[in-house]
Design a binder for this molecule. Structure first.
Ligand code: 2M8
Length: 422
């Protein structure tokens, strides 16, 4: 399916309109700052028509990196009143202000791709070389502060870190977070921009905000939070994206002449083991894990297919995943719904509980292509492009009707259209 010229132009226009001078906001009003994994996808979009601007997106993102290596999920480059919680509520006294949690670490993988596809190789190599130590510090932080016992799985401390904020996978773990009776009052901003039926419930927001108070009380001490934080899960989105990012960091280390191979290979051995321990033979899927109870979270989500993107699956497991997704395809019109459409928790229009996300589709399709299933990869690509063509560059889409949901003129959706159209 060829992409439409006019829509390619429209997608570029969206990135330009959302450009705030060196960083791209996801969409005006609803998300007026720079988000970590959005910046990664957006850089891929910029790469298709302005390479210098693409590299700048990542350089700007790393301005928010903490001295301990952590790359925060939001960088508040400049004040904006339309989003909550902003920098005051996070209470991180750094310049630029940031949040205190991370997000799926897509960057090293995308830097590799950008280097591979750059027209301007000299620029790309110089940029990749200067980003490399920062990415290494970030990945070391994951290992040191979120998997100090080398279990092979990263401990995630907030649903926001997974990128899939209100996924049904987090329901029980989040329900165990007791809402802080002294939670400072707050006014949500998201529901002023988007129909509340497409956003998380208030009970979830109270817990999201309670977790911020927990971090502040712990002085953001990660090792202490690993013991004390009431929300602790292993997330396929984080573990699979990090595994692939470490493969690509290893590639970059060799390509650019750094000498970190042994260290990165050690991480990969552990995460290979960790991710494969999340397989469920009966369901034919990978499940997230509740790290407080140790139990599998037995609800299928789009991230359940990401071990293909990570590259940790065996061919047998890959085939089971294919069959599972073929089953889902009989229930919905557009792939890939963010929650198993057979699950009673499937809600086709509520944020991460059912709708289709172009960025996740991109990763899943790559995984199927890598494992020798180009038809499924093509189907996912075609569905994604069709959704954009039918209803525009929305934040997410209804898997049955194709209706565009959430915020409009959305950077990462436009970026995927550009990256996938080439
Ligand atoms: C959503 O998350 C933010 C919090 O980080 C929010 O709802 O306020 C998620 O979809 C996340 O994955 C995404 O990065 C962010 C910006 O697009 O929005």
């Amino acid at each position: 399916m060829p992409v439409q010229e006019s829509l390619t132009e429209e997608a570029r226009r969206i990135l330009r309109a959302n450009d705030r001078g060196g960083f791209t906001i996801p969409t005006a009003g609803l998300y007026p700052f720079q988000w970590l994994w959005d910046a990664g996808f957006t850089a891929l979009g910029w790469m298709q028509f302005d390479e210098g601007r693409a590299w700048q997106e990542l350089e700007t993102l790393f301005l928010g990196q903490w001295p301990n290596g952590m790359l925060p999920h939001i960088v508040f480059h400049r004040p904006e009143p339309t989003y909550f919680p902003g920098p005051e509520r996070w209470g991180v006294t750094r310049t630029p202000p940031t949040s205190a949690i991370t997000q799926p670490p897509v960057v090293a993988t995308f830097v590799r791709w950008m280097l591979e596809q750059a027209q301007n190789q000299a620029q790309a190599e110089a940029k990749a070389r200067s980003l490399y130590p920062k990415m290494l510090a970030y990945h070391r932080w994951f290992k040191r502060e979120r998997d100090p016992e080398n279990t092979g799985l990263i401990t995630v401390l907030h649903p926001w870190e997974t990128g899939a904020d209100n996924s049904p996978a987090w329901d029980e773990a989040l329900a165990r977070v007791e809402v802080d009776p002294a939670l400072p009052p707050y006014i949500r901003r998201d529901t002023a921009h988007v129909d509340p039926t497409q956003r998380p419930h208030q009970s979830e927001y109270d817990r999201f905000l309670t977790l911020l108070e927990v971090y502040k009380r712990a002085g953001f001490d990660q090792l202490r939070l690993l013991r004390e934080c009431p929300f602790r899960v292993a997330s396929l989105l984080i573990d699979c994206v990090l595994h692939r990012a470490n493969r690509d960091l290893l590639w970059l280390s060799r390509r650019l002449g750094f000498a970190d191979e042994a260290e990165i290979e050690g991480w990969l051995e552990a995460s290979q083991r960790g991710i494969e321990s999340l397989w469920d033979e009966e369901a034919g899927l990978y499940f997230n894990r509740d790290l407080r109870s140790g139990a599998a979270i037995r609800v299928g989500v789009s991230a359940s297919f990401l071990p293909l993107y990570a590259g940790t699956s065996s061919p047998q497991r890959a085939l089971r995943l294919l069959r599972t997704l073929e089953g889902w395809a009989r229930q919905v019109r557009y792939l890939v719904p963010s929650t198993d459409p057979y699950s009673p928790r499937f809600e086709p229009q509520r944020y991460w509980r059912g709708p289709v996300w172009a960025v996740v589709n991109y990763l899943i399709a790559l995984g199927f292509a890598d494992y020798g299933y180009p038809e499924m990869a093509l189907r996912i690509r075609q569905d994604t492009l069709k959704l954009c063509e039918m209803t525009g560059f929305s934040e997410y889409f209804h898997p049955l009707t194709g209706q565009g949901l959430g915020g409009g003129t959305f950077s990462w959706t436009a970026a995927i259209y550009l990256a996938w159209g080439q």
